[in-house]
Structure formats: C-alpha cells, structure tokens
Ligand binder design. Structure first.
Ligand code: ADP
Ligand code: MG
Length: 693
C-alpha cells in the first residue's frame, strides 16, 4: 500500500482547483492522469516579464508589464476585425487587440478611465505600440504578481502555459513535506536542499541557467530518481537470488571433448566468461547473467559449452532464439559438434508439424533429449522437461525484459543466461538490467579485420552495381539490403522487389531474394543457396539482420541507409567480416541527409566497436527510445538524464548497495523515508519484495 503521505499526490488531477473533466483529460494526455504527473513536467524555457514605466524603453517584440490607463473601446465593425482598446501609458498610446472577444467581458476587465496592469508581448507595429491578447490583465495592487521571471512549459494543443503553470502551482501547494531520504553527508557535499524545496525552485526558475540539467536542484531530483531505481533493482536482485537455484556442477569431461573438436582456441575473454558461468551454475544461488558481445564475437560457442557443462551434471538445457532462421542456424551449427561428443539435441519451432512436435515433446519429458533449441514462442507452450536446469536466451537485438521475466516465472530456480548482440550502454545496463550480472565479450577474434565502411549517395548507384559485378567475378558474395518488400504510394523507396528485378536483369540467376513474408521452407532454400554459393548476391530485407552466418559473404550494400537506426545498421554490417577476408559495407543514402542520419553514418564509418556505437546511439536517441520503454516494461526516467547525470548514477549505485548492506529491510528511520522514495517513483514492486524478505 502506498503511504498515506503520498495519497494527495497520486490522486486524479481533477482534484485540483480549476481542473474539470475536460482540462483533466487534456492534462492526462499531455503528462498523465495524476497530480504527481504534473510536477514532473519541468519548464523548458522562461519569459522575463519586466515592469516598464514607459513604452519607449521596451525593445520591440519583448514581454513586459505596463500600467495602462484605459482610454477607449473600439468594437469591431465586422466579424473579421479585432476588438481593440486604446490605452495610455504616461503620454503614449498602446492598442490592446483581441480577436473573437466578448465585449461584455472586455468592458468588465478593462473599464474605461481606470488603471489596469497589462502584461504581454509588446510590439511596435505601423507606428503604434500594441499587445495582441495580453497574457495578464490585473488590478493595480497585483502588479508584483505579474512581473518577474515566468516558467514556460512544453505544451500541447489546447493547453495554455498559464493553465499548466497554475495547475502545477496548485499541485505543489498540495505536496506535503516529505522526510529526508538522502544521506546528510551527500547533501552537504553537493550542497543540495530538501526535495520539496528543489521541486518548488525548479518550477520557479530565476534565470535560464536554472533550466540546466546540471542545476543543483535538477541534480538532486535526478539523484532521487536514480537512487530509487538502483535501490529497487538491489531489492529485486536480492529477491531473485534468494530463490534457490540448483547446483549444476559438471565434470568437465564432455566440455573437454567439445573444445578438442573446435578448429580454434577460445580467447582468454571467452575462457574467463565461461569460468564465470560455470561458477554461477555450480553455486546454490540462481544465475541471472547477461552476456553482451558484438555480432560474431563468439558468444554462441561459450553458451554451448556451458550447456554441455550442465549436461554433464545431469541437467537439460534450452536455447531460445528470436527467430526461426536463427534457431535453425544454431541447430545446424551445433548439431555436428553435439553428435561428435554424444549429446542429443532437438529443434522446436512454432511451425513444426504436429507429429514432429509431439515426438520432441515426449523426448523432452522422458529425458532422451539433453538440449532443446527453439524460438521464444517455444516457451509460451506447455512443454515439460525431465530435468531442466539451465536456459540461454539469445535476444540478439531485442531488449526483451518481458521474455526474461516470463521465463523465470515458469521454472523456479532455473539458471538463466541472456545473450545480446547489441551491447547496451553501461548506464542503461545499470538502470535497466541492474538485476543481472554482466559479462562483456570485448576481445576481437583472432584474424578478424574491421569492416571497411563507406557512405555513398544514391545518385552513384551505378558505380555500386559495377563494383559488385567486379567483386563477384572474383568470387565474392554480397548481401544487398533494402528497407521494404513492396512499394506503397506514400513513399519513394527502392524495394527488394525492384532491386531484385534490376540486379537480376544484369547478373541473371546469380541473384537471390529473401524477405520476411516468405514461407520458411522457401527462406531456408534461398539462404542455403546463398550459403553454398549457388547465388552470389542476396537481396534481402532486414530478415538477415539477426545473426545469420555466411562467413564467405564479404560485401553488404545497405540501400536507404538513412532510414535505419544506428544499432540496426551496425547489426546489418555484422553480417560480413565474419571470415578472415577483408569485408566492405556500402551505405547508400538518399539526399538530402538529415543531421541525425548524417551523424549515424559518420559514426559507422569511424568505428566497428559495438560498445562505442551503443553509447553514441544513446546520445543520439535518448534512453527512452533506446529501451523501447513501453514494450520492454522498463520504467522511464522522468527526471534523470542518463547521459547528463551518469556521474550521479554511479554514486546512486554505491549508495543503494550500502543501504542494502546495512538496512536490507529498510527499517531504520532513513529506511522508512526511502520506502516513500520508492513509492514516489513508483517502484512499488520492489517494496513488495521487502515484505516477503
Ligand atoms: P556470436 O554468437 O557472438 O554472434 P558466434 O559464436 O556465432 O558469435 O561466432 C562467430 C564465428 O566465430 C563462428 O563461426 C565461431 O565458430 C567463430 N569463433 C568463435 N570463437 C572463436 C575463436 N576464439 N577463434 C576463432 N573463431 C571463433
Ligand atoms: Mg551467434
């Protein structure tokens, strides 16, 4: 249950004075349905509303406040004309201009011969001063209230700044003073004020510098959020660790045999990670580990060896791939090795025939199969294992937080290794995957050379085709990626079908084409032809993006490169450079190129390092979009900016660890305040773990 002190803050925004159902809905659309959602909307600009005693002093087009003597009302002669009111300030005149105004209302607020304070943008127009739709018209004694610096909020249609600002002011009035949850030493060191003072001052900026992400109040509020997040992760991590895992302790015998069969030696990075995994598996605690490494960095073999290790200990393992092609490919590469050392592995995808499926399922429950490879869909179904101990989830480029949780619900105590080929920026691993241990494969495999990457405008497509022609004559194989299968009227994009037709007319049946809408057997056949070299050029959509492995392919052309995201381009590029030969990636773009697209192409040309690219991606896109927040179920950061506040993230992590070490159930005075913090940032799930813990 949410603590009572926060009840008002989490009430519907219509509880605020002046907000009825209609405005409430508008605000809900803009920021969220509750009062608390309003206070997280921070101003992104300011207006200086200075008091001017004479009109002469006012620079044209600035906001200002004046004391005006109302002289004369001039109602419009027809509908299209504005209602205009002449006023004087000292011995000069200013026109107040209103469109679609009600005369009785204007007579009421601006009665002739009286003095009123008027504030708005003052313009000098055709030799006259005028203010169109003043922001404020108030009585003389209220002059002070409409002078000074005013916050300007991001708005959507039908919401005025005045309304949003007043609503936020009312919301702040309602907020109780909350007990301090931060360490006094930290407060002193950073010179931070308490939460509600910071919250109030961020909505009352005194100058443009107060809007900065690095202002003291913003940093304090960001820190609160980061701490709530880190603390929640620590609690969840602990809860998951407390669930006992199984002790999976292999003999090393079969692993040894498998290693003998490999045509290469594991790198020391691979060996170290394998050791980490073995020690996780053999301990009583559950393993929850994230294995990150660029495409083709050698994750799969490490995962496979660890499954063999589990087999030695008498456990079955499951390997889940994000697509059917990939599941099949894992199966094809691992089967020969498994056969050599005497391990039974099976493949199960969503599209298997009923008979085959039944057979596999029965072999899993009898224990005849030691290892099963399948798509994620596999685990939505009702499979029973004889003795499942270990699951490897190959997520490739997806941040599938949901899948991870679904799986851990299914088999209590199963050890889990999540593999991702899109390295996640460190700040994001800490905030979104902080409940996992992380291993990074950063070493380049021996003999690998970086992919030579070039950006070429689409006007030079003929040169690209010519170069590909020469390369395949010399025995090269090439992918040609297009963003869409078929054209639609709304866009003007070269599709796989068009490109396939063009290349086919030049290179004949050396060209194949594959896309996501084909049936699996057809896709398999086309992939296989390309793999065997029956075709030299494979025109494809992004179906080849994830993990497809044809080491002989050394060229990839990405058409309309401007339409792909950075991580996706890097993934696609990872299809080549998998052998020891030099590889090339040609990024063909349509002009004019936007700033972000240009930045993406530049980064790709400059680096092949997926970890570096991930950091740049975060910078270009922002964390919300990168995480795909909504789908991944990861809570958004409302205040903290993972880039700007990354220094604070590290402090928060240490802080959370130390809180957890000293007061794991949050029972001390500070612990109680921290519970409020968790609720404030809606990490309620973590608080539930506290009770059970
Ligand atoms: P990932 O799973 O990270 O995408 P893979 O495990 O598929 O990468 O490895 C890519 C290729 O590199 C495979 O053909 C694999 O056999 C090979 N490979 C893996 N480890 C090494 C190594 N230490 N030395 C040489 N080649 C390796
Ligand atoms: Mg792989």
């Amino acid at each position: 249950m949410r603590p009572e002190i926060l009840f008002k803050a989490f009430a519907p925004n219509t509880n605020l004075q002046g907000i009825g159902p209609r405005i409430g809905k508008l605000l809900e659309k803009h920021v969220g349905p509750r009062i608390i959602d309003l206070i997280w909307l921070f101003p992104n600009n300011i207006v200086e509303r200075k008091y001017y005693s004479t009109l002469n002093d006012i620079p044209n087009g600035t906001f200002g406040t004046i004391l005006a003597h109302v002289v004369k009302h001039k109602p419009p002669r027809n509908r299209r004309q504005p209602y205009s009111i002449t006023c004087s300030v000292e011995n000069e005149t200013v026109e107040l201009v209103f469109f679609n105004a009600r005369a009785d209302y204007l007579k009421n607020v601006l009665p002739p011969e009286e003095m009123r304070v008027v504030s708005g943008k003052i313009e000098y127009f055709k030799g006259r001063y005028q203010i169109t739709h003043p922001d404020y018209i108030v009585q003389k004694h209220l002059l002070k209230t409409v002078c000074g610096t005013e916050p300007v909020y991001p708005l959507t249609q039908n919401l005025s700044n005045k309304l949003v600002r007043r609503s936020i002011e009312n919301a702040l009035e309602l907020l109780p003073k909350l007990p301090e949850w931060l360490d006094p030493l930290l407060l002193a060191r950073e010179d931070w004020q308490d939460w509600s003072t910071c919250q109030r001052s961020i909505h009352a900026p005194k100058g443009i510098e107060d809007l900065s992400l690095q202002s003291k109040m913003r940093r304090r509020l960001a820190y609160d959020e980061l701490l709530a997040n880190q603390l929640a992760l620590a609690l969840i991590r602990n809860q998951q660790r407390e669930t006992d895992g199984q002790v999976i302790k292999g003999t090393g015998e079969f692993v040894e045999k498998a290693v003998q069969c490999l045509s290469f030696n594991l790198t020391s990075n691979q060996n170290n990670i394998f050791s980490e995994i073995k020690s996780d598996l053999s301990s009583r605690n559950r393993m929850l580990r994230l294995l990150q490494g660029d495409v083709g960095s050698g994750k799969t073999i490490v995962a496979f060896l660890s499954m063999i290790y589990a087999f030695e200990a008498g456990f079955q393992s499951a390997l889940m791939a994000p697509t059917e092609i990939l599941a099949r490919q894992h199966f094809d590469t691992l089967s020969p090795l498994a056969e050599k050392i005497g391990i039974k592995i099976g493949l199960l995808t969503g599209k298997d025939k009923v008979g085959h499926k039944r057979d596999i399922l029965s072999k899993l429950s009898s224990g005849e199969l030691n290892l099963i490879i399948g798509t994620h869909a596999l685990f939505q179904e009702d499979i029973r294992f004889k003795k499942l101990g270990y699951a490897v989830v190959d997520e490739q480029h997806k941040f599938g937080v949901h899948q991870r949780l679904a799986l851990s619900d299914k088999g209590i105590g199963i050890d889990i290794l999540v593999m991702t080929a899109t390295p996640i920026p460190r700040t994001l691993t800490m905030t979104a995957y902080g409940d996992l241990d992380v291993s990074n494969l950063v070493e380049t495999l021996p003999g690998r050379r970086p992919v030579n990457t070039k950006a070429i405008p689409s006007t030079r497509i003929d040169e690209v085709i010519y170069a590909i022609g020469r390369a395949i004559k010399k025995g090269a194989r090439a992918y040609w990626i297009c963003p869409l299968i078929e054209s639609s009227e709304t866009n003007n994009v070269v599709t796989t079908q068009e490109r396939f037709a063009i290349l086919r007319s030049i290179f004949g049946d050396r060209v194949g084409c594959i896309h996501g809408r084909m049936k699996t057997p057809e896709k398999d056949k086309i992939m296989e032809e390309f793999r065997r070299g029956v075709t030299d050029i494979l025109v494809a959509t992004t179906v080849v993006e994830v993990g497809v492995d044809v080491p002989e392919a050394t060229i990839i052309v990405i058409e309309h490169a401007e339409r792909f995201g950075l991580a996706q381009l890097h993934q696609l590029r990872g299809r080549v450079g998998r052998g020891t030969a030099d590889s090339t990636c040609l990024l063909v773009y349509r002009t004019p190129l936007g700033d972000t697209a240009r930045a993406r192409l530049t980064i790709l040309r400059e680096t092949n390092d997926g970890f570096h690219i991930a950091e740049e991606d975060l910078r270009l896109r922002g964390s919300g979009e990168l995480l795909g927040t909504r789908q991944s179920g990861t809570p958004t950061m409302r205040v903290a900016d993972l880039d700007a506040h990354s220094d604070l993230l590290h402090v928060a992590k240490n802080d959370a660890d130390s809180i957890f070490a000293h007061d794991p159930h949050l029972q001390s005075g500070r612990g109680q305040a921290l519970r409020i913090l968790l609720y404030l940032f809606e990490r309620d799930i973590a608080v539930q773990y506290l009770k059970s813990g």
